[in-house]
Design a protein around this ligand. Structure first.
Ligand code: OAD
Length: 225
């Protein structure tokens, strides 16, 4: 079975009603990214940061996967599929994908600020909510300036790709954006994005469409391979 590796970003969830980051002038749901997505922001105003992610979590529980998520999940019928997502939502899983790596963490998990304890979390998070060892918890999100613990595993997975699908990412944030450079030379790459970044690689087919229709185009191309 061929191995399809998918690198997804905020754009794959846009048609579910979740805003992307860079389509909003550096603001994320009205906030400066540096205030809500950095360790410094959390140290300065933890309530603001917790409230911000509480709102994102609530919103996530109200939206549903879209056809792009479902089409990616359906690829598992014919291929081995690994999804490496920059998204902190769980829409790939809810659509049925069984092999999803979250590079930037998950909204529905909490992490101790003192150790690596990670726990499921689907309600509001407040100051005073503690892990089993008695330490404050925080959202399980990789903030700017923090290490990306899953990156080494993601690199190894990319090396085994027979096909790479990149969908809904501006390819601006590293190390995630660098993952495409780890696929074997000659690996076909499909890049779906209505406003794609320039990717200079002769093996890239750029599909300038939304994720939903772009996935249909990719499926057609795969069936004729
Ligand atoms: P961006 O907001 O940077 O890029 C979203 C991309 O989705 C853009 O290239 C849009 O053109 C595209 N897009 C918009 N609507 C779309 C649609 N309907 N279908 C397909 N594509 C569409 O988001 P990411 O590249 O995911 O990190 O950003 C990477 C990281 O930066 C995020 O994981 C986040 C952010 O800071 C953390 O939260 C740690």
């Amino acid at each position: 079975m061929k191995h399809i590796v998918v690198l997804s970003g905020a754009g794959v969830s846009a048609e579910s009603g979740l805003k992307t980051f860079r389509d909003a002038d550096g603001l994320w749901e009205g906030h400066n990214v540096m205030d809500v997505a950095t360790p410094e922001g959390f140290a300065k105003n933890p309530e603001l940061v917790l409230t911000f992610y509480n709102e994102r979590r609530k919103q996530l529980l109200e939206v549903k996967p879209n056809s792009a998520h479902f089409d990616l999940a359906a690829l598992e019928q014919d291929y081995k599929v690994t999804i490496i997502t920059q998204n902190v939502d769980d829409l790939h899983e809810r659509a049925g994908s069984t092999n999803v790596i979250h590079l930037h963490g998950e909204l529905l998990k909490a992490r101790s600020i003192k150790n690596n304890d990670i726990l499921p979390w689907n309600t509001d998070m407040k100051l005073g909510d503690l892990c089993a060892q008695g330490h404050q918890i925080r959202p399980h999100i990789v903030w700017f300036g923090e290490a990306v613990p899953m990156i080494d595993e993601a690199i190894e997975i990319c090396k085994t790709a027979d096909i790479l699908i990149i969908v809904g990412t501006s390819m601006q944030v590293y190390p995630a954006a660098g993952l495409k450079d780890f696929v074997k030379s000659g690996t076909p790459i499909f890049y779906i994005d209505p406003k794609p970044a320039d990717i200079h690689d002769k093996y890239v087919t750029t599909i300038k469409e939304k994720a939903s229709t772009g996935m249909k185009t990719v499926i057609k191309a795969l069936s004729s391979q």
